[in-house]
Design a protein around this ligand. Structure first.
Ligand code: SF4
Length: 380
């Protein structure tokens, strides 16, 4: 914030921008690989999957180390590909934990053996979330098109008790992207799963997951941004929302005590009819400084713009040279106009960005201390 104020003052007076403080983002999304062994009909990263580019393991470790020394607190190992297909998956989890980072994994669940191998390294607050999106083996296979001819939802779920037994501290999540008739990716028709929400909640509860999280289907528009536009659906939006609400209510009844049935922020704003409010962003996205995305294709400012050129900070190795990474971050803070580039994105950080923008623009001195107690949840 101090830097933003100084940068705006320098800009107004025609002086060069001050250097960014020697800090790294608090949190990164780390795509370990672009390889994927599924061909999901609803995949939003379809265009960047299975490219030939890959991380160099030592280069990646160096970057993580430099970021950890500068304030990085958490890493989410996630897609643009299936993280467990990275040959050193468990070793990278171990390395990140050795750096004292909070670690989370978003996986398709196909390599339960590798998740189990990584399980002992997790600590309290870490989580593994599997993108499963179905209640039956049949819909699971139709939605995800796994390359294995035999992989089933039953098999994936059968690993959960073993992972829990290996390490009860790690939270296990069952993620469910709700699809309904009329959603599309290009001209490929989406498999509908809205009718299996309750079945999936029961299955997740029985399989020792800790929670199920429902979210609405997102699409990538032509400029690459990941957006929610349910109006594109052939089905009438209100009828879809009513079905989702009914299924959520039924799901909460069939699960074991303590198991959580969650509606994602995107889903809550869709149901509340307020999702368009989240598409009006300030010009500067302050989150770019707090959370970045490191992928084999380069380093980007936001998961919603993964693989998009104008959102690119630099190469995959950018954080090997922190001064260069900070310079690139300052460049995008100045040059990436979120009010335009994210005008269709239902941004989960919308209120945070506006709050930070007001702090920068306010006249009052900035507080030296954090305004609230430490929550120790570093995932952004
Ligand atoms: S405004 Fe939101 S969607 Fe846009 S770059 Fe920032 S965090 Fe991402």
């Amino acid at each position: 914030m101090q830097w933003q104020r100084a940068a705006r003052k320098a800009q107004a007076e025609g002086r060069p921008l001050p250097d960014l403080p020697d800090l790294a983002p608090l949190s990164i999304n780390l795509d370990l690989t672009t390889a994927c062994n599924y061909a999901c009909d609803h995949c939003i990263d379809w265009d960047i999957l299975n490219s030939k580019v890959r991380h160099e393991d030592q280069e990646l470790r160096d970057s993580l180390q430099r970021m950890a020394e500068r304030g990085l607190r958490s890493v989410i190992l996630i897609g643009g590909g299936e993280p467990t297909l990275y040959p050193g998956f468990a070793a990278i989890v171990e390395f990140c934990k050795g750096l004292g980072l909070s670690v989370a994994v978003v996986s398709n669940g196909s390599r339960g053996d590798r998740l189990l191998a990584a399980a002992p390294f997790f600590t309290e607050g870490d989580w593994i979330r599997l993108s499963l999106d179905s209640g039956s083996n049949e819909v699971f296979r139709r939605m995800h098109n796994p390359s294995s001819r035999t992989l089933s939802l039953d098999e994936i779920c059968s690993w959960m008790p073993r992972i829990k037994a290996a390490n009860p501290a790690v939270q296990l999540g069952f993620s469910y992207v709700i699809t309904w008739k009329g959603g599309s990716r290009g001209d490929v028709k989406i498999v509908e799963n809205i009718h299996e929400m309750v079945m999936a909640a029961k299955r997740a509860s029985d399989a020792q997951f800790d929670y199920i999280s429902f979210k609405p289907f997102l699409e990538r528009q032509q400029d690459g941004a990941e957006v929610m536009d349910p109006a594109k659906s052939e089905a009438e939006l209100q009828a879809v929302i009513a079905r989702i609400q009914q299924n959520l209510a039924e799901a909460r009844v069939v699960v074991r005590p303590g198991f959580r049935v969650l509606a994602s922020t995107n889903l809550r704003v869709l149901m509340a009819g307020t999702w368009r409010d989240y598409t009006r962003q300030p010009k500067v996205c302050h989150m770019q400084m707090l959370r970045q995305v490191v992928t084999p294709l380069g380093t980007f400012n936001c998961p919603a713009h993964r693989g998009v050129e104008k959102a690119q900070l630099g190469g995959k190795e950018l954080w090997q040279v922190p001064a260069a990474a900070q310079h690139a971050t300052a460049r995008l803070l100045q040059g990436f106009d979120a009010s335009h580039e994210c005008r269709e994105v239902t941004c989960l950080y919308n209120s945070t960005n506006w709050w930070l923008e007001e702090l920068v623009e306010a006249d009052a001195p900035l507080p030296q201390a954090a305004p609230a107690d430490e929550q120790r949840d570093w995932f952004l």
